[in-house]
Design a protein around this ligand. Sequence first.
Ligand code: ME8
Length: 527
Amino acid sequence: MARDVSYITTPIYYVNDKPHIGHAYTTTVCDVYARFMRFAGRDVFFLTGTDEHGVRIEKVASAQGITPQQLADDNAAEFQRVLPLLGSTNDDFIRTTEPRHTRQVQNLVQKLVDAGVVYLGEFEGWYDEGQEEYIPQNKAKELGYKSPVNHKPLVRAKESNYYFRLSAFQEKLEKLFDEQQDFVRPQARRNEVLGRLREGLADVPISRTNFTWGVPMPNDPKHVIYVWIDALMNYVTALGLGEPDSDAFAQRGKYWPPDYHVIGKEILWFHAVIWPAILMALDVPLPRCIYAHSFWIREGQKMSKSLGNFIDLPTIQKYVDAYGLDAWRYYMATQGPLGATDADFSDKHFHDIYTTDLVNTVGNCASRVAAMIGKYFDGAVPAETDGGSPRRIADHDWPAICQRTVAESRAAMDKLDLSGSIGAAVGLVRKIDAFINLTEPYKLAKDESRRDELGAILYQCCEALRIASLLLWAVMPERMEQLWTSMNQSIDPRAGKLQALTSWGGLQSGASIQKLALFPRMEKPSV
Ligand code: ME8
């Protein structure tokens, strides 16, 4: 059912690390969706933030000789500084050390205690210190008692902990996966989670006593709430769901539940199993979809700090400086790993996509159309109509072609199929190019008796280009706004009028058009 509000979230990023392509990617995916949906008239809330608690942060801070709060403050500021550089239009930035968050986490955990789904128990098991995660006995054996992530030995740990009664949600979760086939996407990730779910669920410890950097357990402060529980709750605390009397809830409560929690595949279990169980226990509606993307790899190799091949912020900056922010966003959104397989980032691929799609297609079409209108009509958009209705030239029903493209682009974006949505718009630009090649306006221009036809062709090209540019705005806002300026179009995407603006005929004949170089041709990869 169509909703007039939308909520989309990134994972909240750990402050033990500096921003890199992984963070930039997830943020850009959410941003493109948020911008598109706002333009389409939805009231959107886009959330990102930082995950600041846990033993990992405590350790990194102590190694640097600073307090965990200092480390969190410095790195959260860095994440916040980077967001505008990526063109992010997030509506809030939540930090898990903020009182608004910690207060609500305590309220929510207390509710879980009151509901009988959190209890105090004793536990002994194999613990991965790097991931702060217990590994089940059979899995630990399979892994040779080593961390699957950093390959350090697992340690035998014993704790008196608060437990979340995850086992009580086995049936409900299976039913959820069954009834809501799209709850986890893509399909391959859903199948993996479902497979593991069917192996059976054990209760999970949700408190720790071996360190202090976290939210204290309500009424038992020697226990600190496990960082993952604290972190997952950011999605509801930002909207005030843990304080129903708050202003935050009055203003933002309407945004729940989210359309998408966009995450990386490595954190799917927490989001697809533990989080819905917590929400069920709290009697809060579930998200529409947990979308677990795959990873960027680089030149065919996994990115890692030890290989020194991580695409870090200075590298991202180099691409942005050389090709422009919009080209960076375009590459992220259309070539990224939203599907079930990893995506390879390479200099050459980046350059090729920039050249093929942006220089040779979008940029070239815009300058070609503007140049012809400049040359044959003194830069004023010619008239299309022939006795009141659009002319049909070379069997092209442009209003229908554009309408179909808009519907396709919109439907794909709704499914978070960014490359499908953007690809539909770029496909429209390709159709314009093909139409020019077919009708050869430069030849018609020599025949004065066919001037009306020439005018109609160029009107149709320009109008279809305007419609394509509206669909491309979410991914490439700066350049599309430049294009609108060159077409004398005053468009405010915040007004949410995408549908009305994309109806055929929005471009007035007589409007003056200027030629511009939207995407300058670049020599070989310059990064
Ligand atoms: O996991 N390619 O935080 P984090 C694509 N705090 N995306 C990547 C990537 C890559 N090579 N590497 C990382 C956390 N990512 C937790 C989340 S949410 C309640 C708590 C992305 O700083 C990916 O989206 O490690 C992943 O989920 C996120 O960066 C990890 O961020």
